[in-house]
Design a protein around this ligand. Structure first.
Ligand code: GLY
Length: 379
């Protein structure tokens, strides 16, 4: 049986479960602020956020304040709780502004769309919008005309599936400024990713390598997945969510079809509880290792896709699958019974080959879990 065939439980029971999970998440974030003020963690080590293990790349700083903005919006306007979350969210968001010129990472969408965009949505202000637009312009500087893609942080010849979650900030900047070149860059990037990293069965490759002289696509590869020809589950979740987002910006049916192909692969290849292995093609010795962060991202992306899908049957199916994933995360993976564990969600995997954040809490997993719970409670 696959997740697609599961029937969701009653909505009242789910709402209570999701609401309690969100309350636990807010408590853990408060605890993190109090224990490690002004610290932007990435992944836990033995359940602790502070350790000396490397970051590999600094891409996660928006996720903690991103959750604070969600808690702020959910709180009763004017309440002590709303004031607390607003104050913390601003405190953790402001220091990120200088990253709008950061050309070392391909993650400016993660950093700014989870923070400045949520802030601007709550309190519209041209100054906040201009920070996002500048970050979008910086992101577009990664564009390689030969090959037509935004290159990854590792090298000019490298395209990552993860960038589908970040290209939205280029569309955002194009929309706000009317800059047609920005829109062309973003569209080309998505078409290139669709062509070379999304396979015919809806599975995805983590990385594509190009000849920088000619722009010729050479081969699929990976850093965090099992192999170049395997399907790393988080990459699939980034694609599912990212192509849905760019469909929302463009209304280009090719991007909807790609998002749905990735969603269908997720639904038909993931076990009935909705939680995927860290890589769908993982060998037997690591097959039982799941990645709850991929599940959280997929849940949020599926709920978004349910809003976008013109076919009501597909929309129902995506929403039911997302709720099923969230039920499993909230009942089996919350760190609620482990007083010493500092994260919200156990069972995330950052980088198995480097031994970083394996079976731990990971900040993007926390963020997309909170986002998905909030989405599920709002629909
Ligand atoms: N580098 C982004 C990720 O770990 O998914």
């Amino acid at each position: 049986m696959t997740v697609q065939t599961m029937i969701p439980e009653s909505s009242a029971q789910q709402r209570q479960l999701f609401d309690e999970a969100l309350q636990f998440a807010a408590r853990q974030v408060r605890r993190l602020i109090e224990r490690y003020p002004d610290f932007y963690p990435m992944y836990t080590h033995r359940g602790r956020w502070k350790h000396d293990l490397p970051a590999w790349t600094r891409w996660c700083d928006g996720f903690l304040p991103g959750m604070m903005w969600i808690f702020c919006r959910r709180a009763e306007p004017g309440s002590a709780e709303a004031n607390y979350w607003r104050q913390q969210a601003v405190r953790y968001t402001r220091p990120l502004e200088r990253r709008k010129h950061d050309r070392e990472v391909h993650d400016l969408g993660f950093i700014f769309m989870s923070t400045y965009r949520r802030w601007h949505e709550l309190e519209p202000d041209p100054a906040l919008e201009s920070v996002i637009v500048e970050a979008g312009r910086t992101m577009a500087l990664r564009y390689r005309e030969k090959g037509r893609y935004l290159c990854s942080f590792v090298a000019e010849n490298s395209l990552f599936i993860d960038i589908m979650m970040n290209v939205g900030i280029v569309f955002y900047a194009a929309e706000r400024t009317g800059d047609r070149r920005l829109r062309e860059i973003a569209t080309n990037h998505c078409l290139t990713t669709r062509r070379y990293l999304v396979r015919g069965d809806g599975s995805t490759a983590h990385e594509g390598l190009f000849d920088t002289e000619t722009g010729e696509f050479l081969r699929q590869s990976t850093h965090q997945g099992w192999r170049g020809d395997s399907c790393w589950s988080r990459g699939l979740a980034w694609a599912l969510y990212g192509f849905g987002t760019v469909y929302d910006y463009t209304r280009d049916p090719r991007f909807l079809a790609t998002a749905q192909a990735c969603a269908d692969f997720y639904l038909t290849h993931t076990p009935a509880d909705g939680i995927p292995p860290w890589d769908y093609d993982a060998p037997a010795d690591s097959r039982s290792l799941v990645d709850t962060s991929a599940a959280a991202i997929a849940a949020s992306g599926l709920l978004r896709l349910a809003e976008l899908a013109p076919d009501p049957v597909k929309a129902l199916c995506y929403a039911a699958a997302a709720r099923r994933i969230l039920e499993t995360l909230a009942t089996r993976y919350l760190a609620r019974d482990d007083e010493d564990w500092e994260g919200i969600l156990k069972g995330g995997v950052y980088h198995l080959h480097k031994g970083l954040g394996v079976n731990e809490s990971v900040m993007w997993g926390e963020h997309f879990f909170v986002e998905a719970l909030d989405r599920a409670l709002r629909t």
